[in-house]
Write a protein that binds this ligand. Structure first.
Ligand code: PMP
Length: 389
């Protein structure tokens, strides 16, 4: 059946996410996957108290459960972000936050600036609104300030979308100096900051994590957090905090989108936070993931020294690995898959055409064991070396 006449131009052009397409491979037991951004089930706590099922039967508030929103206020306060429960909207994962924000501010006349590279599913939602997504040169400390100033002057963007901590995919973490510069520039130009911060608790070194939002003096801002990377991604619970003016608008869009976030998920998260186990749990995650992160650094140095380029991340889940010249990441995907190793090419993380887009792999260490990391990188090494011109 041809339904193309029913679809909007933007939904016709929408590309499917390579990550989600590759996900079915990672569910095959004989495949070793470095591709997804999936946390490790082994360090997820068991779901608490089943009596929560009964407490979650009825429709709930669009803004989210009151008690959870209060707990989020406390979590944010520890990050130096002072807010009130009134300005917190609980969402179906932070992905829904991105969607609601996009619907609120973006249309085909708007430009949004992102890091280069950036989170591919954010680009998907921005583009679905018809917005022009413009990436801005970024280095190991994040978006470059001169390039950002030029891009603001050239494109007059609606917003700047940043993932300052352990970015997906590049793994970068902004220095305090860069955070301050970005905040000052956004204040000067009065540009909206959308700060996406799902990885901050997965921190393995002593680095600055000050939310840029807290450094902003006058510009508008929206800040997003998530429980996916630290607790249970399957529950789909995240949140958006806004400087007051956005709150009623976002709530209306949330009402229209899905009435409210599933209550069972919210109650499970709240139960866990209330139980006081959260800080210990985060400590444990850091130990487990740091070991894997170090193991991947070691394996890359052992098997691919001088062949690929990378900077070990100080947190998060990802290594952003630059392949040798002439080696295509898409070909590495195909060849590695023949050897039952799944990797993710960097191509979809570049919102704009880029001569280097086929030169990177994003490798996740989160869901594989230290021994598997070693085995996967040794196989990957032989695949890459075979493909070298
Ligand atoms: N933002 C970033 C940067 C992410 O990497 C992800 C998940 N991969 C999300 C948002 C969405 O996370 P969730 O919807 O599970 O909270």
């Amino acid at each position: 059946m041809d339904i193309s006449h029913l679809l909007t131009p933007h939904s016709q052009q929408m590309e499917s996410s390579l990550v989600r397409e590759l996900l079915h491979y990672s569910q095959q037991s004989d495949i070793l996957s470095l591709a997804g951004g999936l946390p490790d089930e082994a360090v997820m706590p068991a779901y608490p108290a089943l009596n929560l099922l009964n407490d979650s039967r009825q429709y709930g508030a669009s803004e989210g459960e009151g008690s959870l929103r209060k707990s989020i206020v406390s979590i944010l306060a520890e990050r130096g972000l002072v807010s009130s429960a009134d300005n917190i909207l609980v969402t179906n994962g932070s992905q829904q936050g991105l969607d609601l924000i996009s619907r609120l501010i973006l249309d085909s006349d708007s430009t949004i600036l992102t890091e280069q590279p950036t989170y591919l599913a954010a680009c998907q939602v921005f583009k679905l609104q018809g917005a022009h997504v413009q990436d801005v040169v970024s280095d190991e400390q994040g978006m470059c300030i001169t390039a950002l100033r030029e891009a603001i002057d050239k494109y007059q963007p609606k917003a700047v979308y940043l993932i300052p901590n352990f970015q997906n995919p590049a793994g970068h973490c902004y220095s305090l100096e860069r955070r301050k510069q970005i905040a000052a520039l956004l204040d000067e130009k009065d540009i909206l900051l959308i700060e996406d911060d799902p990885y901050r608790d997965l921190c393995y070194e002593n680095v600055d994590l000050t939310p840029i939002t807290t450094l902003i003096k006058s510009a508008p801002w929206l800040y997003m957090g998530s429980f996916s990377k630290v607790l249970w991604p399957g529950l789909r619970v995240g949140y958006t905090v806004s400087c007051g003016a956005f709150t009623p608008h976002l709530t209306k869009i949330k009402q229209a989108a899905d009435l409210h976030t599933n209550r069972l998920g919210q109650n499970m998260i709240e139960y866990f936070l209330e139980s006081g186990q959260y800080p210990e749990h985060v400590k444990k995650l850091r130990v487990v993931y740091k070991e894997k992160c170090d193991r991947m650094t070691g394996a890359l140095n052992k098997y691919l020294n001088g062949v690929v380029e990378f900077t070990p991340p100080t947190g998060g889940m990802f290594f952003w690995v630059k392949l040798p010249e002439g080696v295509s990441s898409m070909l590495v995907l195909d060849e590695a898959l023949k050897e039952k190793i799944l990797v993710l090419p960097g191509v979809p993380f570049f919102p704009c055409k880029n001569p280097l887009e086929d030169s990177y792999l994003r490798l996740s260490f989160a869901r594989v064991s230290p021994a598997e990391i070693d085995r996967a990188i040794s196989i990957l090494s032989s695949v890459i070396r075979r493909l070298m011109p």
